[in-house]
Write a protein that binds this ligand. Sequence first.
Ligand SMILES: N[C@@H](CCC[C@H](N)C(=O)O)C(=O)O
Length: 279
Amino acid sequence: MLFTKVHGLGNDFILVNKNEVRDLPGDLAGLAIKICHRNFGVGADGLVLIGPGKEADLAMQIINADGSEAEMCGNAIRCVAKYAYERGLVQQTKMAVETGAGIKVPELVVNNGIVTAVRVDMGEPYLDREQIPMNGSSGRVINEPLAVGEDVFNITTVSMGNPHCIIFVPDVAAVPLGNLGPRVETHPVFPRKTNVEFVQVLNEHEVRMRVWERGAGPTLACGTGACATAVAAVLNGYTGRTVRVYLYHGTLDIEWSKDNHIYMTGPAEQVFNGDYPIS
Ligand SMILES: N[C@@H](CCC[C@H](N)C(=O)O)C(=O)O
């Protein structure tokens, strides 16, 4: 199975063009678990499959490293757009991509023939409790207490097609991510689990974010998480609607525009091509 290893700010994926694979295994969850393994496989946070879209230029499917399927992935869609353009799957720099969270529209930023960034129209955020989804009564969850064992966190929840639980803290470096992340991810209030972002507000335009991803654990960056974080920062009155999100290895620029769409701009990198044995 031919693949390309890609990443967005170190959030890494194995990208497979379904048109290039003759006998793709039916058990995609099993394939993702094996190929994403950091010791026994290629190693990645997720497996991304692309193919022709029904009502868009392309379709993209994302399977987390634990085999669970996610609705959407912000870092992967930038990589998909760059890959599709550079491989000639699309001719235009702006394209429509079908995802489990609806059609998203990435646009390549090209300078002297080189793709330097990708700006994605990520669509509208979902804020009602049932849209996250969360158990319990309806309404938005903004700075509400959530008991996690003996700890209580003030949470804000946002769906970018996939669920995010944002917790503002004074210092993200001090957060024991490996301990708290999985406890919030699997909290019973989230029937489909959740991604978890710990966020430190630096000023009204900038925040720092660390993420524990549903189905992948601690990752170096999360595009949908950065979008959800910007929305949560606005809803809590911490920032304006244009927010730079600092991750371990760079930044994502997020704008919550007047039309209620979220625009995310950031890099997309290809690392190497490979051939993985499938039987
Ligand atoms: N890293 C991604 C999100 C991938 C899916 C996520 N783990 C989920 O299960 O929702 C991003 O950049 O958005």
